[in-house]
Design a protein around this ligand. Structure first.
Ligand code: BT5
Length: 270
């Protein structure tokens, strides 16, 4: 149950937010199907870069590949940001990385917990998933770039904040956690939203100014995947071996049993 003074408000967020453009326009709902779907619709209708969509709950919260995101009311964060980066569609994973850095650092700062990143889009505390990121995009042909370029991207972030253990559904029990469960304290969600948006703007700006290197270095310093033996499922195929690095598009480089480097751009570490 949510106490009335724990509810999110646009004024409460804006009062505290120091960003230049992310969150200049904020849409906040009590209930919605998916903040990503709504942000996508807004972007198509011409919403500005940096527009943020938030909801207290989602009835059809989306994960990747048609999976669902458990989105109970009043305790967590479900937010989507519209970004319009000048980049080829092949670099979209780097926006996921920027968001993962933003979330992991905000959790570290506010709750003092070791939040780690698991390739490509999970934030974990003590091995359990506390947040997930879903980057979606529309593309078009850009005469200045090879292949397709990003027209706009929707960065969706779900964070389990004040979710109690007893409210986690059975099927997620073994793998999901919340900041409250791990820190034993209730977190100010508006404060966390502001820190996430500020971090995201900082890393997005760095990316636009300096390219991929800073993001990749920072991501690696927060990630637990590199250096481990992994099995990655990508579609119907599996790659097994030692995760040795990521490349300039955020693909995972895995050294297989024969010593051959396999490149996996999307998938799940299982
Ligand atoms: C993700 O997908 O982790 C991306 C989640 C993005 C959610 C945000 S909420 C705001 C925005 N609007 C949306 O509609 N979506 C975004 P994936 O890597 O596919 O992981 C999904 C899997 O995580 C599920 O199949 C479950 O196993 C697990 N899961 C679902 N809900 C969870 C939760 N609340 N906490 C932890 N794990 C969860």
């Amino acid at each position: 149950m949510t106490k009335k003074n724990d509810l999110l408000t646009v004024e409460g967020i804006k009062k505290n937010l120091t960003t230049r453009f992310i969150g200049a326009d904020i849409y906040l709902f009590d209930a919605i199907d998916s903040t990503n779907s709504y942000a996508h619709k807004l972007a198509k209708e011409g919403a500005k870069e940096g527009t943020v969509v938030l909801s207290e709950s989602q009835s059809k919260g989306k994960g990747r590949l048609g999976r669902t995101w458990f989105s109970p009311s009043g305790v967590n964060i479900y937010l989507s940001v519209i970004l319009m980066p000048q980049m080829p569609s092949t670099q979209i994973t780097l926006l996921t990385f920027a968001a993962a850095i933003a979330v992991a650092k905000a959790i570290r700062d506010i709750a003092g917990l070791d939040a780690d990143i698991k390739w490509p889009n999970d934030i974990l505390i003590r091995g359990k998933k506390v947040a997930g990121i879903l980057s979606e995009m529309e593309t078009n042909k850009n005469p200045l770039m090879e292949g397709l370029s990003v027209k706009f991207s929707i960065i969706g972030i779900g964070i389990n904040v004040n979710l109690d253990k007893k409210d986690i559904p059975l099927e997620l029990m073994d793998n999901a956690t919340s900041i409250k469960i791990e820190s034993n304290s209730t977190i100010d969600r508006m404060n966390l939203i502001c820190r996430v948006l500020e971090n995201l703007e900082e890393w997005y700006n760095l990316f636009e100014r300096n390219g991929v290197n800073d993001i990749i270095e920072e991501w690696k310093s927060l990630a637990i995947t590199i250096g481990r033996d992994v099995k990655v499922q990508s579609g119907n195929s599996f790659v097994e071996g030692r995760a040795v690095d990521i490349d300039e598009n955020g693909a995972l480089l895995i050294k297989d049993r024969d010593g051959v480097i396999q490149r996996v751009l999307s998938g799940d570490v299982i």
